[in-house]
Design a protein. Structure first.
Length: 319
């Protein structure tokens, strides 16, 4: 058992100024879109983390040109114009579920055999729903561990379908992976969501990043996306600061009754709305889907947190 982690207690209002790091979720989506684009891209504000480094290395293993200055937060990407240049690759996804899910879908654009593996923990994270959708697009997609868990082996001669269906109640990254690959599919993709949608803000994030690189994602109803075969175009792209990371500092300022100012952007607006409620005695807090963070007050009041839709699945049910 690891040693206890001491938690400092604020004895006065929290004041200060910070700039949150770049969003990991946006960084990984931008890396994929830039990697599949026609021409080069310059990404700034990129988050330096294990997950983003693993994603960049995974794209490089698939033949994408990646030149990263992690200290400066700048990554130069030379896109592949929607193809996978190599016919065989082994991708080490480490502990990054995002890399495993996104690149499993991206490998379908190639012609050859691809194997994606990761840490022992990764081999306990089911991916069967995504693989079933890939098989429906004409790929041979196999999970080599029990319970439809990685390693994943993809054998492909290209995408031969134009419609896929995923469960809305599991990981939104299954849908995001398919959507990110879709503009580079020969006929695009009709993507349907079954059941109750969770993590909708992350799906909207995927759509925003796709459209920034020239893709189109048309929502025709609540459970259907139509994604035409536009491809992507390289560009300069600034990564938005991470609202999830900022939520901790915002909550600390709100709890100590000193207010908080933050950055702009769709994610930040939702975090700000949640933080505003922390000092309202007449409202119940809601754990919104856009943040992978839970905040609680240090004051002696009991406050229910409602609506943690998918936290248990994402953070607990991994064995």
């Amino acid at each position: 058992m690891s040693a206890p982690l001491p938690i400092p207690v604020a004895t006065a209002p929290v004041r200060g100024s910070i700039r949150p790091p770049g969003s990991k979720s946006i960084t990984n989506r931008a890396l994929v879109c830039a990697g599949l684009a026609r021409g080069g891209s310059r990404l700034t504000g990129v988050l330096d983390s294990d997950d983003t480094r693993v994603m960049a290395a995974g794209l490089a293993a698939l033949g994408v040109g990646v030149n990263a200055d992690w200290t400066a937060g700048i990554v130069l990407v030379e896109g592949t114009a929607g193809s996978i240049p190599v016919a065989e690759a082994t991708v080490d996804c480490g502990a990054s579920g995002t890399t495993m899910r996104f690149l499993s879908a991206i490998c379908g654009l190639g012609r050859g055999t691809f194997r994606l593996d990761g840490t022992p923990r990764m081999r306990k994270r089911p991916i069967g729903d995504l693989l079933e959708a890939l098989r429906g697009l004409g790929l041979e997609a196999v999970a080599e561990s029990p319970g439809d868990c990685p390693p994943v082996r993809i054998q492909t001669t290209g995408i031969h379908g134009a419609a896929a269906r995923v469960q809305g109640g599991t990981s939104s990254q299954f849908a995001s992976g398919l959507a990110l690959a879709a503009p580079c599919m020969p006929r695009g993709l009709e993507l349907d969501f079954e059941g109750r949608l969770v993590s909708l803000p992350y799906l909207e994030m995927t759509r925003r990043v796709m459209e920034a690189f020239g893709g189109r994602c048309i929502a025709t109803g609540e459970r259907h996306w139509q994604i035409p075969p536009t491809g992507y175009v390289g560009r300069s792209y600034a990564i938005e600061p991470d609202a999830s990371a900022a939520s901790y500092f915002s909550a600390a300022a709100a709890i100590t009754a000193d207010g908080v100012a933050g950055a702009s952007g769709p994610q930040w607006a939702q975090i700000s709305h949640l933080v505003e409620q922390l000092n309202d005695h007449h409202k119940r807090e809601r754990l919104i889907d856009s943040a992978d963070a839970e905040v609680s007050t240090s004051q002696q009041r009991r406050r229910p947190i409602i609506g943690p839709v998918n936290v248990q699945l994402h953070e607990s049910l991994r064995d």
